[in-house]
Design a protein around this ligand. Structure first.
Ligand code: PLP
Length: 398
């Protein structure tokens, strides 16, 4: 725990917001920082949860513990909806209380004796959970890197994909696509390279597809679209950003039967053991909601909320572009990744806050590769996004 970065990103942002509010008590602050969903969950989904909940008060509808791996009907629906013809079986799907929790359960599975690689920049939970479990033997150096973790730099210069010919071998590779924070969805060719690299090195890929529903181009929505991936990859995913379940809490992890440790033992057996010993299954109310999400009516309703956020992304991307800045992301993810060449990302954060009263996230909070960038969330009510857009258009960054 001592080795964790001292200042976790989001509390630091909140502290600066509080200071700002004290300084400008009459200004309305717009929060485009933390990636939290804002729009109501469609009723077809919440009604299923409330019906299930009310039934818990009846002798016929009461349910106690369920299967630790999740309700089989939901596991089947996840396979049908997200994996279609891909070689994923319902028995390989573990329903969970969200992918952040699964990241830590996977760390428990992998233990402290493995080496890891992450994209730089990346979602902070991969590194933090590695440090917590004891993988990062070294402390953070002056650039903000942990000495024992391999950082795979991903920026516009390499099409947001690491140069694998120069990447050190590790036991585990965390890979997020579409990426938080850059918004980049890896192409099929890029993912083929990644799978090949993992095969050559005997590495396990932990593939985070939490934002797959936001993909609008040809990019794969699952690592299992790549031939051979079932032998090297675990996929984690979530209902948080597709269905607004950030508070309800529901996700899943796929561990294929074909994925083996170097001694030939199936990884799925150990993961099952971790799930049974350290979890006890996702809330049955949340699972009832998940099942409703995957009904034809529920799926249509939840995807219309995704489209709403995508329109927000268009509006904000246009505002940042009008300032002459290069804007990445937004097309395949609910985040914009805005490049401010030559400027430090905390300085840009401060300047935008000071001049427009808008909270963003400094890119350096996602790793040293995020310096010169800010991340902007496109989750928000439309009127707030439009107001932010108006304020941004008159911004002059110095
Ligand atoms: N993975 C990524 C890339 C995320 O950005 C987030 C949340 O922002 C999560 C996982 C966590 O998702 P969950 O709400 O399912 O724990």
């Amino acid at each position: 725990m001592e080795r964790l970065r001292n200042h976790y990103l989001f509390p630091e942002i909140s502290a600066r917001e509080l200071e700002h509010i004290k300084k400008y008590p009459n200004e309305k602050v717009i929060r485009l920082g933390i990636g939290n969903t804002t729009e109501p969950i469609p009723e077809v989904i919440t009604l299923a949860m409330s019906d299930f909940t009310r039934a818990l008060s009846t002798p016929e509808g009461y349910r106690g513990y369920g299967a630790e791996q999740g309700n089989m009907e939901l596991r089947k629906a996840i396979v049908k909806t997200f994996y279609g013809d891909l070689p994923v079986k319902d028995t390989e799907v573990f329903v969970s209380d969200g992918s952040q929790c699964d990241i830590s359960r996977l760390q428990l599975l992998l233990g402290s004796n493995v080496t890891i690689a992450v994209q730089d920049p990346s979602f902070p939970a991969y590194i933090d959970s590695s440090v917590i479990i004891g993988q990062a033997g070294g402390f953070e150096d002056e650039t903000g890197k942990y000495q024992n973790i391999v950082y795979m730099k991903c920026g516009p210069q390499n099409h947001f994909f690491p140069d694998l010919s120069n990447t050190l071998r590790t036991d585990v590779i965390f890979f997020c696509s579409p990426n938080n924070p850059t918004g980049h969805a890896a192409s099929r060719e890029q993912l083929e390279q990644l799978v090949e690299f993992a095969k050559e090195n005997g590495s396990i890929i932990v593939y985070d597809s939490a934002y797959a529903a936001y993909i609008t181009d040809e990019s794969p929505q699952s690592i299992y679209e790549i031939p051979g991936a079932i032998e090297v990859a675990i996929e984690i995913s979530s209902f948080s950003k597709i269905a607004g379940f950030t508070g309800v809490r529901l996700g899943w992890t796929v561990v294929p039967d074909e994925l083996l440790f170097s001694n030939g033992f199936p990884v799925i057996h150990d993961f099952n053991r971790i799930v049974c010993s350290c979890f006890n299954g996702a809330s049955n109310v949340a699972q009832a909601g998940g099942l409703a999400c995957l009904s034809p009516e529920g799926a249509k309703a939840m995807l219309s909320v995704v489209d709403y956020y995508k329109e927000n992304a268009n509006i904000l991307a246009e505002s940042f572009a009008s300032l002459g800045l290069n804007v990445y992301g937004g097309v395949n993810a609910p985040y914009l990744w805005v490049h401010c060449p030559g400027l430090r990302s905390w300085d840009v954060f401060n300047e935008i806050l000071e001049k427009t009263h808008i909270i963003t996230v400094p890119g350096s909070g996602f790793g040293p590769g995020g310096e010169e960038f800010i991340r902007v969330t496109t989750f928000g009510h439309r009127e707030t996004i439009l107001e932010a857009s108006t304020r941004l258009k008159s911004l002059v960054l110095v």
